[in-house]
Design a protein around this ligand. Structure first.
Ligand code: NI
Length: 144
């Protein structure tokens, strides 16, 4: 098996809050993350498979890029994740939760394609923090 990775970028705003907590508790736990602010996210999508004998590729890179743009970038770029994404009405739009949502969006579109499968989502929130997700919680983000 060979793993190939495509990288894209998008910008989005978010804030963290737990509606079940007091304002003070929210401020204590989330600090400045409770204020609306933005990130320049870098998303790396890794697909695993065997290179096609016809093309030498695991997956057509243009097709992979188009799929990521349509499913993820067009949906989240320059959006307010709390306001604009129903899934984040109830969950904090952390990179952890965002990675699960992105997995669902991409896996649904890659399903049924021959010879390869989604392997990993790596989402960088900034230059020093990123999360990896391998689909363990797949099916948990049906309300996107
Ligand atoms: Ni943030």
């Amino acid at each position: 098996m060979i793993q190939v990775t495509k990288r894209v970028e998008f910008c989005a705003a978010h804030r963290y809050a737990n509606p079940r907590w007091s304002e003070e508790e929210n401020r204590r736990v989330f600090g400045k993350c409770g204020n609306v602010h933005g990130h320049n996210y870098i998303l790396e999508v890794t697909v695993e498979g065997e290179p096609s004998p016809d093309t030498g590729m695991v997956m057509d890179l243009k097709a992979l890029k188009d799929l990521i743009i349509e499913a993820v970038v067009d949906r989240f770029d320059h959006k307010d994740l709390n306001q604009d994404v129903p899934y984040f009405k109830e969950k904090n739009p952390t990179p952890e939760n965002l990675a699960v949502v992105i997995w669902e969006l991409l896996e649904a579109r890659l399903e049924g394609r021959q010879g390869h499968r989604l392997h990993r989502i790596r989402l960088h929130e900034n230059g020093s923090f990123f999360v990896d997700y391998y689909g363990e919680h797949a099916g948990h983000a049906e309300r996107i």
